[in-house]
Structure formats: C-alpha cells, structure tokens
Write a protein that binds this ligand. Structure first.
Ligand code: ATP
Ligand code: MG
Length: 648
C-alpha cells in the first residue's frame, strides 16, 4: 500500500460511513446532484421501475436536453469565450509539429451545433425519435453531430471509424437508421483510410438508409450519388447565428444507442437517456476527475466507445472543461505523440487505457522523460484491469509520482464510472491495480455462486444492488431486445445487476476487478485468474503484453497456457521461454506452471484494445470462434492458431 503522500488527509472510515448513507438514501442523494444541472421543468418522481422488468426511469417527468446542458448553459456565461475543444489532426510537418489545429470556444461549438441541427431538421427532415448512425473519425464534426442530434431529440448510434462495412450494416439495421453521417476519410498512422467507400459497401445491406452526409476531411475527388450530400452543401445558406430551440426531452427519452465492445460475444446495443445519464456524468466528472475551470483535460479514447461518449463529449462539456481531442494514433510520427500533446497544451487530467500504457511502456522511459509532463495532476485508466507494473509506470514515469493514478471500473451499460479513486472528494492510499471504492450512492457487492457476499479478500462476482442514474435506459435497456437485457444482467441473481466480472473486496473495502467472470481457471481445485498470471508476466523486464487462457486437462481439470509479446529489443528463444515459466513459478507458484508458453507478435484484441481471450480459448479447444466482428486484426488469431497447432 502506498502512503498517503498527498495534500489531503483522508479518513476512509468517514467515506465508508458517508457511502453507506448515500446508498441507503440513494434517491435523495442523486436528486441533490441532479438539481445542480438545469431542467426546463422539474421531475415528479426520482425513480420508478417501468412495466419492462428491471428497466428504471430516473427523474420522471423532468425535462432537459443534454445538448443544452453541454453548450447553452456555458454559452450564456463567461465560458462563452472559454475553449471547449482543442483539436489536433494527425499529420505533422518536417519539424514534427501538427499541421492542423482547430480550436472551438463554447460559443463556436454552440453555433456550429445549432447550424447543423437546423440543416438536419430543415434539409434532411429529421425529427425527434428518428434514428441516425454516425460513422465519423476523431474530428470535431463527430461531437458536433452527436450534440446536434441530441438537440433535436434524434437518436444516434456512433460506429467506431475503424469498423468494417459488416459492422456498420449490423448496427444500422439493428437501429433501423435512416441516415449515415460519415467522412471522405481520415488519417491514421500516416495513411489515408477512405471511410466513404466503406459506407458505400455497407449500403448494399442497409435498406433503411435514405441519405448519407459526407464530411470532407481529406478533400480531393469524391464520387457522390443522389443519396449523398456533403456537409458543406448542407450548411450552404445557413447563417452563422442560427438558433434551434433544444427539444424539451423527458429525462428518460433515448439519447443514443451504443454497442458494447464485443469482448465476450455479440455486441449489445445499450440505451442511454438525457437526464439520468447527464446526472451521473456531472457527478463523476466532479468526484473522479476533480474537474476545475483551469484544467486542460485529455481523454485518449476514441469517441466510438462509451468512454469517448461519456468522457470526451458529454461529461467534460457539461462541466465546461477545455478538452484536447486528437485525431490519430498514439505512435505517429513517434510513440511520444501523447506526451508531446500533454506538454504543448499543459494537460492536467489524463484519462487513458491499460492497453495503451502497455504499448507505450514497450518503447522505454526516455520518450516520456524528454517531455515536460509536470502539469499532470490526475491520471485514470479504463477498459481492462491495470496490471500493477503498468500502474507503477503511469504513476512514476508519467505522473512523476505526483498525480494520483486510478483505474476506473465501469462498462457501456453503466453509462459512467462506478468504482474509482475519488480525488475530487478525498484521497486515499492507492493500491496498484485496485479500483478503489464504489462511488457515493453506488451499492457494489461481491457475491459467491449462491448470492452470499464473499469474505474480504475472496474472489466473487461483481454486482450492483440498487439502480443508478445513467443505467441502461427505457424502453428496453438493450435496444429492441428486452429479453437479452434481462437475461444478461438480471438473471444470475434476483433483482441485482450482474456485471459479468469477477472481483475481490479487500479488508479496507477496496474493490479489485480482475477480469471476466468466465476467465477464472480451476487448476487442481485452485481458482486462478488468467489476468493475475498475465500481471505476473508483464512484470517481467522483457514482456510487453501477455494473455493467459485455461485449457482442459484430464488430471488437473484445467491448466494455463500463455501467449507473450516481448518488448522491443528482446528475441524469442528457448531460454527466454524457460525464464518466463520459472518467473511464473517463482512469482505466482508452481501450481500455475503453464503447459505451454508461446511468443507472438500480436494478441487478438477488440478494436477498443481489449484482449479477446475467448478467441484463443476457441483455438485451443478447437471450437468455433463465434462473433469476430469486433476483432481488430484477423492475423493475430492466425498467429495464435499456428503457434498452438505447432505445439500439439
Ligand atoms: P462485451 O460486453 O460486448 O463482451 P466489453 O464488456 O469489453 O464487451 P465494454 O462495455 O467496453 O464492453 O467494457 C466493459 C468491461 O471492461 C467491464 O465489464 C470490465 O470487464 C472491463 N473494465 C473496464 N474498466 C475496467 C477497470 N478499470 N478494471 C477492470 N476491468 C475493467
Ligand atoms: Mg461487457
């Protein structure tokens, strides 16, 4: 455990008392937060269950609009001239400086959103309740279209711009969307990716789509059909000071549908609303990020994932923060692009992911240290458990042992952060790899198979006991599939939200989420988390990334096998293999001795960067791969397959 090295002394017991109270009186608790936002008209009821089981409504009858909360509220105050976004394109000049930077004040952004909303309504005929898909890269038009749709009450789904035509078609068809917004292309790792062509391909399978709006990111030739219209064309004649009254949205009306990462199976289209969702974002921006007016905030996710929805677009804007938005990849032109961004804009809050951290660690500390990162005051990560070695690197090398580093646990379903260190409320001693405490009002527990809380330090399943604003919203939680919603989250335990992750609550009440519920091996009766072994492996000086799976074994029940990616400058060898196996034996115990350890160049990951252990397990058990639509790179599975087949 790290000492309380920071300015505020905290009494954890005090927090836990406060937490207990906030859980018990969770309705009043959330009501206080919701009142800090602006409502066009008040709610009549804080929370109620709908006629669809386990679907709750928050702030019933209250009306607001998240685009109003994110923009109008600030454009009316001194923040009108504050920067909302500093956007940086990927291409650089000979000196390595960004070729394009676009800055938007809250006023600029508000104006642009109004113009786009106006054009959407008058020229495309979109109205409240209509559905559109947004397949845009990380350019300012992406948040602009999200906010414009929200303003009109048009339901949107954002499709990550690295996805294929098949992914687009699946999502567009699930939502029955009438329009796709896309761009001619995008710069990614120095190359051009032609997005419009991918959309054209998807259109063969999407009968519901009537129009396609194209944002010109690249310029140059573009073949358009009758169905297509460029954004420039659309905005022609729309005056700069156009104003569109934001729709008075009942708190529970659908804001967007977003599909989960697909790590464990076919993606689920989660619904989020206006009022409850905004309330959770407001609370978490304050407690988790300690958002202040002089902050410069940088979330490195892609807006195509929920992290980007909540913590690049809506959360920071609701708080009136200045955010950096970056178009490209972390290693272009060199793997210090992010550090250069932090230095140049004086970033104070950094929100990133373990997969990125492991990738960047691979290149050594010098690339970080050559930049002045002294402005950083808070660092968090999200997406997977953070291996203690990756945590230490973030804390010591990136944060200079000054900034608290957290691992915020949440999921697409929860809308916002549920478990985290809370530097905006209090600072507790940090434990590398832990998630910290559940947020005020969030009643998290760790249960055994029969639903009893496990003892401190024991492994169990993570559940949330009471409803929270920002949870999967009406009408059905999962878009068009209430049954799947109930089956996935509410069937394992009666009336408890089952997250599908396993976790430990330690004797201080800290939560340690350690992976997917189905990723625990049982080796000779001992339960071993695949992630725990991976953390042991990545703590080795030569290892960059590791994935461990359990395979059936006649004697032991299950045994681990490991896949390892080495850091730059290390070569696979029999010696290295032996060294790593010994390393596991020494640092975890002989019980976890892997049956095999393979060196690969790349692990199978989702496009959001999560290790897809289920695919490796399918290869090892010779069973069908299942849904691979969110797989980042099919060659990674082939590599795993070849390695495994050569072994058996
Ligand atoms: P799918 O639900 O389609 O299988 P997914 O669960 O990866 O995909 P997301 O909603 O993007 O989709 O991710 C949520 C999951 O990510 C959580 O259930 C958890 O397993 C993991 N996760 C997120 N943040 C953390 C964290 N800080 N520590 C541990 N695990 C985390
Ligand atoms: Mg999930």
């Amino acid at each position: 455990m790290l000492k309380n090295w920071i300015h505020r002394n905290v009494d954890e017991r005090e927090y836990l008392d406060y937490h207990r109270k906030a859980v018990k009186e969770y309705q009043q608790h959330w009501e206080v937060i919701a009142r800090e936002l602006e409502w066009f008209s008040p709610w009549t009821k804080v929370v109620e269950e709908t006629d669809k089981a386990h679907v709750f409504k928050w702030f019933v009858g209250g009306t607001t609009n998240i685009s109003y909360l994110a923009l109008d509220r600030h454009a009316k105050t001194w923040r009108r001239h504050k920067l909302a976004f500093i956007w940086e394109g990927e291409p650089v000049d000979e000196q390595g400086r960004p070729k394009e930077v676009r800055k938007f004040t809250y006023y600029d952004l508000w104006r642009e959103v109004n113009r786009v909303a106006y054009a959407m309504r008058t020229k495309l005929g979109l109205k409240r309740g209509d559905r559109i898909a947004i397949y845009l890269p990380m350019i300012p038009e992406l948040p602009i279209f999200m906010l414009a749709a929200a303003r009109l009450g048009v339901i949107f789904t954002v499709i990550f711009s690295g996805f294929t035509a098949e992914n687009i078609a699946n999502r567009v068809n699930d939502l029955n969307a009438s329009l796709i917004v896309t761009a001619d292309g995008v710069y990614r790792r120095g190359k051009i990716l032609r997005l419009k062509e991918i959309v054209d391909e998807s259109l063969k399978f999407t009968p519901s789509v009537q129009r396609v709006v194209v944002v010109r990111r690249l310029g140059g030739e573009l073949s358009l059909t009758q169905r297509d219209v460029t954004l420039d064309e659309l905005l022609k004649g729309v005056p700069p000071n156009t104003y569109v009254d934001p729709e008075r949205m009942e708190s529970n009306e659908v804001l967007y549908v977003l599909y989960t990462s697909g790590t464990t199976g076919r993606p689920k289209g989660m619904i989020h609303d206006h009022g409850g969702y905004a309330t959770l974002l407001h609370a978490t921006m304050k407690w988790v990020f300690d958002a202040r007016d002089d902050d410069v905030y940088f979330c490195t996710a892609d807006i195509g994932w929920v992290t980007g929805h909540s913590y690049i677009v809506f959360g920071p804007l609701i708080e009136g923060l200045t955010s950096v938005m970056y178009e490209g990849t972390l290693d272009f032109p060199a793997p210090d692009r992010w550090w250069s961004i932090v230095e140049r804009y004086g970033v104070t809050i950094l929100y990133t992911s373990p997969t990125a951290v492991r990738t960047l660690m691979k290149f050594g500390d010098d690339l970080v240290k050559k930049h002045d990162l002294s402005t950083l005051r808070i660092i968090h990560s999200v997406g997977e458990p953070i291996n203690p070695s990756a945590w230490r690197w973030l804390f010591e090398v990136v944060g200079g042992s000054r900034a608290p580093v957290g691992s915020t646990w949440w999921m697409t379903e929860t809308g916002g952060i549920m478990i985290s260190y809370l530097p905006g409320l209090m600072l507790v001693p940090m434990k590398p790899g832990s998630n910290g405490y559940p947020l005020p009002g969030i009643d998290v527990d760790v249960l055994d198979e029969s639903g009893n809380p496990v003892k401190p330090g024991e492994r169990g399943y993570l559940v949330i006991r009471n409803p929270w604003p920002g949870m999967p919203a009406a009408p059905t939680g999962v878009w068009g599939d209430h049954e799947r919603y109930v089956k996935t989250y509410w069937s394992k335990y009666k009336d408890l939200f089952y997250a599908g992750d396993y976790a430990v609550k330690d004797s201080d009440g800290y939560i340690w989420v350690a992976g997917r519920a189905d990723e625990v091996m049982k080796v000779s009766g001992h339960r071993i988390g695949t992630y725990e072994l991976e953390s042991v492996l990545v703590a080795h000086r030569a290892v960059s990334e590791a994935a461990v799976i359990g395979v059936p074994d006649e004697v032991k029940g299950e045994v681990p096998i490991a896949y390892v990616v080495l850091k730059t400058g290390n070569q696979p060898s029999e010696e290295m293999r032996k060294e790593l196996v010994d390393w596991i034996r020494k640092n975890y115990g002989p019980i976890a001795t892997p049956r095999a350890l393979f060196f690969v160049n790349k692990l199978p990951k989702t496009r959001s960067g999560k290790i897809m252990r289920r695919l490796m397990r399918s290869v090892a058990t010779n069973s069908p791969l299942g849904d691979t639509t969110t797989l980042e790179d099919a060659s990674s599975v082939e590599e795993v397959r070849t390695a495994y087949e050569e072994f058996v």
